[in-house]
Design a protein around this ligand. Structure first.
Ligand SMILES: *Cc1c(COP(=O)(O)O)cnc(C)c1O
Ligand SMILES: [Zn+2]
Length: 423
């Protein structure tokens, strides 16, 4: 018997995991992992697999990448907070942070690859604006398990690894993130190439959820506030789910943290829908002129046109359950907040993390977060400069180049051939 089962919150069905991404009865709800162990014991592992009790895996990998939590002094003092904790997912070895691809996407990629190895079959296909693709390439390098990564051509420079690898099949598509998603979807019509699943993948959610677990064991309690910049909102859902498990454990308090989730103006579909009190995102109202808005944000990893917002157990439900807030952050405010954070704490940030910092400042100013409140700021990416200084980073060369997503069908066979050659 595996150490967990899957549960559909829509109909209550209990499912055995076959890399299952959805309820077989067709419920519109995110299937969840239900761990047999209700009490979290930390494993003696160097990174994320410390939390393997609450990851949908049986085995682990000897990976150093993992979540890190520390209490802020300088930045906290400057913004008037007494109890601010930083969840840092990036490269900052002085603080024990060893995610060489510099974002929390590696926390999703590692358990996903193990879950696929244990419960599925085929090669994972991942569409990415950059950070996810880089994380999965790095994981392919560490495990030797091939992966197919599809990115918009403009994001190609973002795909690098800290170890040499010939196991990452990089495909570039002219266009934006949506075009990369369309191409990846087409590739997955070919048997042997399987979708990684995004928010529907419990390994991704529970991998991201380890930021909340690490915070709780570091602080000694579940925080009162959780602040994160979101594109899909998967990290927000994951934080909520992890907090529910921690409350069930009994040692970390009994109240859910309030979610404070931020997007980057002008592309803020979830902010608009939430502030209008709607469960549904209405494209004409919430993301008019999407292509242009997406091109205008400073943090394009936050531009998902089809986030798991309305779906059962998704972002809307997470915000409702936690009395959450959403924030729209201008590029300038994000850049300023990012500079402020870097000046005080001494580490460079991913532009998305700077959006979260700006949202924190807004929450403090508006009184939504009080000076003494126990607050977890999720710095979802950073340390790029630090990584460049001390790691041997190598750009991954594309194996296939597509002019549009329509070209994906014709190249699927060659992609499969590539995978078989490199497996
Ligand atoms: C993907 C990403 C986000 C957004 O994460 P979601 O929870 O999936 O919306 C935020 N910051 C960084 C650095 C990311 O790479
Ligand atoms: Zn169901």
């Amino acid at each position: 018997m595996r150490p967990y089962q899957l549960i559909c919150p829509g109909c209550g069905a209990v499912l055995e995991d076959h890399y299952t991404l959805a309820c077989p009865s067709g419920c519109r709800a995110l299937v969840r992992a239900d761990y047999r162990k209700k009490r979290l014991d930390l494993r003696d592992e160097p990174g994320i697999f410390r939390f393997a009790d609450w990851l949908p895996v049986e085995g682990t990998l000897p990976a150093e990448a993992g979540p890190v939590t520390y209490r802020s002094t300088a930045f906290a003092r400057e913004i008037g907070l007494e109890n601010l904790w930083i969840g840092f997912s990036g490269y900052w070895p002085e603080h024990g942070a060893r995610i060489t691809t510099c974002s929390f996407k590696e926390l999703e990629a590692l358990p996903t690859v193990v879950r696929m190895r244990e419960t599925g079959s085929g090669t994972l296909v991942v569409a990415s604006a950059g950070n996810t693709g880089r994380a999965f390439c790095q994981t392919a390098a560490v495990t030797g398990i091939p992966v197919v990564v599809v990115v918009p051509t403009g994001g190609r420079d973002r795909i690098w690894t800290a170890e040499p690898t010939d196991r990452a099949c990089l495909i570039t598509v002219d266009g934006d993130y949506s075009d990369a998603i369309a191409a990846a979807d087409t590739l997955c019509n070919t048997p042997g190439l399987v979708p990684e699943g995004g928010a529907r993948n419990v390994a991704r959610r529970d991998g991201m959820g380890t930021v909340m677990l690490d915070a709780a064991v570091s602080i000694g309690r579940v925080p009162e506030h959780y602040v994160q910049a979101v594109g899909s909102g998967t990290g927000g859902i994951a934080a909520w789910e992890a907090a529910m498990r921690l409350i069930g454990d009994g040692r970390f308090g009994s109240a859910l943290p309030r979610l404070h989730l931020a997007q980057n103006i002008p592309f803020i579909p979830m902010v608009r829908a939430w502030q209008a009190g709607r469960r549904e995102i209405v494209p004409e109202i919430d993301m008019p002129d999407a292509r242009r808005s997406i091109a205008a944000v400073s943090a394009d990893v936050l531009t998902n046109r089809n986030p798991p917002y309305a779906i059962g157990g998704g972002v809307y439900d997470a915000l409702t359950a936690t009395d959450g807030r959403m924030y729209g952050v201008e590029n300038r405010a994000a850049e300023e907040a990012g500079r402020h954070f870097t000046g005080a704490e001494g580490i460079d940030l991913d532009p998305a993390a700077a959006v979260a910092v700006a949202a924190l400042l807004e929450a403090v100013e508006s009184g939504a977060i009080s000076p003494g409140d126990c607050t977890l700021l999720n710095i979802t990416g950073g340390g790029y400069r630090r990584a460049e200084e001390s790691l041997d980073l190598r750009v991954v060369e594309p194996s296939f180049r597509l002019r549009s997503p329509d070209g994906a069908a014709a190249c699927a066979r060659d992609v499969l051939g590539w995978v078989n050659e490199h497996a």
